[in-house]
Ligand binder design. Sequence first.
Ligand code: DGL
Length: 258
Amino acid sequence: MHNGPVGVFDSGLGGISVLRCLLEIMPEENYIFFGDSANAPYGTRSDEDVCNLSEQVFDRLLDMGAKAILIACNTATSAAAKKLRLQYPRLPIVGMEPALKPAAENHKGGRIVVMATPVTLRRQKFARLMAQYAEDSDIISLPCPDIVSYIEQGRLQDPELEQYVRDRFASIGGSPVDAVVLGCTHFPFAADIIQKAAGPQAVLYDGNLGTSRELRRRMDRCGLLTDRTGKGTVTLLNSAGEEQVRRSERLLYGAQNH
Ligand code: DGL
C-alpha cells in the first residue's frame, strides 16, 4: 500500500500549482492528478453539485489505488471534504484552505484581501476562519470566479484577464492592500497579474506549500510514505480530454519541455 500512488484532484488545472509543490517535497512518490475540467468551474455551482462531482473523482482515484488524496481545490474542500472524510475514515484526505493565518499574522492591522470562488467564500468554514482574524485586521473577501476560466483556456497573459483582475480590485476601493490571499489553486497561475493589480507593496500568500507538507506529515504518520528512492511517476488525467492534459503538462513542467 505504501508504494501506491498519491491522488491529487482539482476542478481543473489549478491543482497543478499544488502538484508542483508536492513534487518538490516528495519527488519519490507516484502521483495521479485528475483535473475535472469538463465540469469546471466548480466555484459557481451549488454545494450539492460540488459534493457529487468530488465524490465521483474520489471513486476514480480510489479505483486506481490511491493511498492518500489531496483535494487540491479550495472549493471542493469547503463543500465536500467533511463528507468524504466520513465516507473514507481510514484514508488520509488533506484539503486546501485560504492561507489567511500567515497573512493575518504577518500583517496585523493591515488590509488583507482574500480572493476565492463564491462557493469558498460563502461557506461557514470560511466565515469561521475569517472570524478568527477579523479583529486584528481589515479582511476583505473578493470573489473572483472568472479567473478560473481564463486559466482553463490557457489565457494566462490575456489583457482581458488583466482588466478583470484590475476591475475586481477597483471594486474594493483605492486604499493600498498589504496582503492578498490566493484562496483558489488556479490563482497562482495569475500571480503576476494579481500582483500588478494589488500593487508592489502587497505580499501574496497561497496555501500550497503548507498543504503539501501537511499531506506528507499525514502520510508519514500512517506509514504511507514510499520506500522507493529516485523520482516517482506523474500521471495527468483530465475529464475534458487530451488538450487539457497537454495544458496541464505545460503548467507543470513549463512550456520549454513541450
Ligand atoms: N481551483 C479551485 C479552487 O481552489 C476552484 C476552481 C473552480 O471554480 O472550479 O477553489
